[in-house]
Design a protein around this ligand. Sequence first.
Ligand code: GNR
Ligand code: NI
Length: 164
Amino acid sequence: MTQKLKILMFPDPKLRKVAKKVTKFDKSLQNLASNMLHTMYEENGIGLAATQVDHHIRLIVMDLSEKRNEPMFFVNPEYKILDNHSTCSYEEGCLSIPGFNEEITRPDKIDLKWQDLDGNTHNDKPKGLLTICIQHEIDHLEGKLMVDYLSSLKRDRIRKKLSK
Ligand code: GNR
Ligand code: NI
């Protein structure tokens, strides 16, 4: 039975926890992944990190397809920046910071390594939105949020609005 999970909202301090590496590729990992995917679809998101649903393990779900039928799962993802001078800017949103979209600049040439839900290792140099989204999600696993790239003035304004 698939469940919709509750998403933590900024400035909840639990969003600042650093997620632990996944070591057991079992049924409970699969269950969490499918509940996260369901939650992401229900909330019309393109990605979701386990941290956002208060599970502090290195698991990310994503679907960048138009038809929302191409789920992707990333376990223990890591990336290396291939070129520090090549960047892209994109108006990002976050399900944990509803109602705020902000232009964020990130490296756009990365080498990505991850495991799937069975523990098999993969490696790729992503293109386009995947490059942006995976960095946004890996930030969540590190307890980092989109608003950390903004000025403290802007961040405080968002914090105040969401604390109401
Ligand atoms: O749904 C989401 N859209 C989005 C748009 C641009 C860059 C990143 C994202 S991820 C976000 C869902 C979310 O909060 N994931 O952590
Ligand atoms: Ni987010």
